[in-house]
Design a protein. Structure first.
Length: 421
């Protein structure tokens, strides 16, 4: 019996190693909110420590963005959360790693937000030539990673650029969404910048997996983007990272199609949804699509979206990561104190409403509790022997069981391997 149990453990370890999955969120503002006095609560109103709470809900990975010099960002961008310099990220990264999470570092390579509509070259780099920028990408990336490693905040995943669907370091690194050259930028330049950053990553964090992060505003162009990028052999990466927001990128059925296309073309790559979200009181700003009939703008509608997204992603073998964007957003005990509201209405009606805590009460929303279902057998946080514990039970190959098993073996419950003797 003892030999059989050891064999089961070895088999379980092999399955987990081959199918490890990661779930969590981009919590880049968490330190700022906590330092400002924010109070986080579970759904019943009990005060919780955020990182401990995330882990208890089966989350095993967290993402943080990094700007070159956010002091140079426009004031409105700072108010929206463009504040993460290296010192900030180092402190938050230390907490993430100390709490036992995998850590995804998101280099923006700009002083402010980057997305398909803006990739401004950092102010201190703006007069550099293409060759100088390549060198700077290596030097800057290496220096940041050395600082993080020395502080015991070593990233496990590294995004070399944020939503680079249209390149980075505009204008010289700007491309069209299909990867073709623009009037001032080229894929050759973009690939050179990425290769320089990746070289630094491989030297300082050789175990980290490299993520190339795009989004889905022009989904039919993405296969061409990645095909053009593949022509540059020194741009070696492990994961395609995608932003998917239904309000901007379409239905889950459309996402399913995009994933199938990328999986067929990029067979040696894993895929992660590194950003997603859906509103619970009002629609996200400047929405392109409307899903109120399918997912009501309510806590339940948000939960339903999260549930159906998880179900879809679990049907894709190559998808091994899911990160909710800005789940930590709350103004509880910051601007909501003693029932008095004194805050900027812009943040209420025009900004982010896809958080997983209520902005007034600080209570966790129902969608937060859905994400753990993505990890199945793979978001394993440890092994324990016990004869109790609740929630759903899974076989080691990920099949949900009808209840607690009665036969001897290894099962998954509450994000952990459980040995039933």
């Amino acid at each position: 019996m003892r030999k059989a149990l050891i064999l089961l453990l070895l088999m379980a370890g092999s399955v987990a190693a081959n199918a490890q999955k990661y779930v969590g969120g981009d919590i880049s503002m968490l330190k700022k909110f906590v330092d400002s006095g924010a109070i986080y609560k579970d759904k019943d109103g009990n005060e919780v420590q955020p990182l401990e709470f995330f882990k208890a809900q089966g989350w095993n990975a967290l993402r943080v963005r990094l700007f070159v010099d956010p002091s140079k960002a426009p004031e409105d961008d700072k108010k929206e959360g463009a504040i993460q310099d290296l010192a900030y990220v180092t402190a938050l990264g230390q907490s993430i790693k100390a709490a036992g999470f995998s850590f995804m570092l998101d280099f923006h390579y700009s002083d402010t937000w980057t997305d398909p509509g803006q990739h401004k070259t950092p102010d201190a780099w703006k007069n550099m030539t293409v060759d100088e920028l390549k060198s700077q990408m290596y030097t800057y990336t290496k220096s940041c990673l050395e600082t993080l490693v020395a502080a015991k905040a070593t990233p496990d995943f590294i995004q070399v650029g944020n939503e680079i669907t249209t390149g980075i370091l505009w204008n010289t690194g700007k491309v069209n969404s299909d990867g073709s050259d623009t009037s001032n930028g080229s894929m050759k330049n973009l690939a050179g910048y990425l290769a320089s950053a990746i070289k630094a990553c491989n030297e300082i964090c050789p175990q980290a997996q490299i993520v190339i992060h795009t989004e889905l505003h022009a989904p039919n162009s993405l296969p061409s983007f990645y095909k053009r990028l593949s022509q540059y052999s020194d741009v070696k990466y492990d994961i395609i990272g995608l932003s998917y927001y239904p309000d901007y990128h379409g239905t889950l059925a459309q996402l399913d199609g995009y994933l199938k296309t990328l999986e067929a073309q990029e067979q040696d790559k894993k895929i992660m949804i590194v950003e997603t979200g859906y509103g619970f009181e009002w629609s996200l700003p400047k929405t392109k699509d409307e899903f109120k009939d399918q997912y009501p703008i309510s806590e339940e509608g948000q939960r339903q979206f999260a549930e159906e997204l998880v179900t879809l992603l679990n049907g894709h073998e190559k998808v091994n990561g899911l990160f909710w964007w800005y789940p930590e957003y709350t103004l509880n005990n910051i601007v909501f104190k003693n029932g008095n509201e004194y805050w900027n209405s812009f943040l209420h009606t025009g900004y982010w409403n896809g958080a997983m805590f209520h902005y007034k009460t600080g209570k966790a929303l129902a969608a937060l509790y859905e994400l753990k279902n993505f990890v199945g057998t793979s978001g394993i946080l440890g092994v324990r022997t016990e004869t109790e514990r609740s929630d759903a039970w899974y076989s080691i190959d990920g099949r949900m069981l009808t209840g607690k098993p009665t036969t001897r073996g290894i099962y998954i419950n509450n994000g952990k391997k459980i040995i039933i003797p």
